[in-house]
Design a protein around this ligand. Structure first.
Ligand code: SAM
Length: 295
């Protein structure tokens, strides 16, 4: 629902769905009408002027490009699953990151898209269909109930965990704060935040139980420390006991985690004012994940 609140101050981003169209062709097509630049960090992201409305554009309608912000488009590349891997998207609907994973994996391997809420499965299926991906299996299940020892998951090498969060970093939520009735922090509901954080912690801990796991990415569209750095800090000992450590995705990215523990510079934050949305990304990898440390 983010696009219903147009933020005219930050550039629009579109992610080219490389399953359907290559980036240069998208550039040529979009430049017929708009001034378009390539993003300098993400090879599949294009930048359009603030306020550009592409909802009815044919390339959007046919799934060649997705209206996806930069922060959200950084999550799958942070995980950078290799083509051929088995990957689990733990909290998948509406599926923007699921189909981004599929594009990065170049149709090779298998993606399991897990979503708890039955009413969100249709939207997830629609996204997958629109993307053209054919190697995604949808699972209507509670991620916490997935038995990591079930042979069906014995080859899962990467997990993308983008759980329910407060959404406090989104454009919609930030505009909400400007409403007089919600000013002065009255909408910060600590009980709700504590519940969300408890789930986020549980889900992240659950991810480490998968036997063939090499990488986990944890992301939120929240700016709250309690859902971000605090969650990561609290699971670090467990992660380490399974042989995982925090790794630094996008090393040149200036905006990092709040300095509340040693290693928080590995975390990625995006600044709502600068990047349109406030996201948080943490990447854990097995200590011997050589391919990743060579990036
Ligand atoms: N990654 C998605 C994307 O980029 O399009 C957005 C995910 S959204 C932030 C979180 C999703 O997790 C919601 O659809 C929610 O219904 C689902 N969810 C919440 N609890 C869950 C659970 N225990 N198991 C699986 N999915 C869950």
């Amino acid at each position: 629902a983010l696009h219903e609140v147009p933020d005219v101050s930050v550039p629009r981003n579109v992610r080219v769905n490389t399953l359907k169209l290559d980036v240069d062709s998208a550039l040529v097509e979009l430049r017929k009408k708009y001034s378009v630049q390539k993003d300098d960090l993400l090879h599949d992201l294009l930048i359009l002027p603030p306020g550009t409305d592409l909802h009815d554009h044919p390339l959007v309608k046919n799934g060649s490009i997705f209206l996806q912000g930069k922060a959200s488009s950084m999550v799958a590349p942070a995980l950078s699953p290799e083509p051929g891997w088995e990957v689990l998207d733990a909290c998948a609907a509406p599926g923007n990151k699921t189909v981004h994973l599929a594009a990065l994996m170049k149709r090779k391997g298998r993606i399991i898209a897990c979503e708890l809420k039955k009413e969100r499965i249709k939207r997830l299926n629609d996204t997958i269909k629109l993307s053209g991906a054919t190697n995604i299996q949808v699972l209507n299940e509670d991620f916490l109930n997935i038995n990591s020892k079930d042979p069906a998951y014995s080859k899962v090498k990467a997990i993308l965990l983008d759980p329910s969060c407060s959404g406090s970093g989104t454009a919609a939520s930030r505009l909400d704060h400007l409403l007089p009735s919600k000013a002065a922090g009255q909408n910060v509901d600590m009980e709700r935040l504590n519940k969300l954080a408890a789930f986020q912690r549980k889900a992240l801990q659950h991810a480490f139980l998968f036997p063939a796991l090499e990488r986990v990415v944890y992301s939120t569209c929240s700016i709250n420390q309690i859902e971000n750095e605090d969650v990561v800090k609290s699971v670090l000992p467990i992660a380490e006991s399974y042989g995982f450590q925090l790794v630094k995705p996008f090393p040149g990215w200036p905006c990092r985690g709040l300095p509340i523990f040693e290693g928080s510079e590995n975390l990625v934050r995006t600044d709502p004012a600068k990047h349109g949305e406030g996201f948080f990304i943490a990447l854990f990898a097995k200590k011997d994940d050589v391919n990743l440390s060579a990036r």
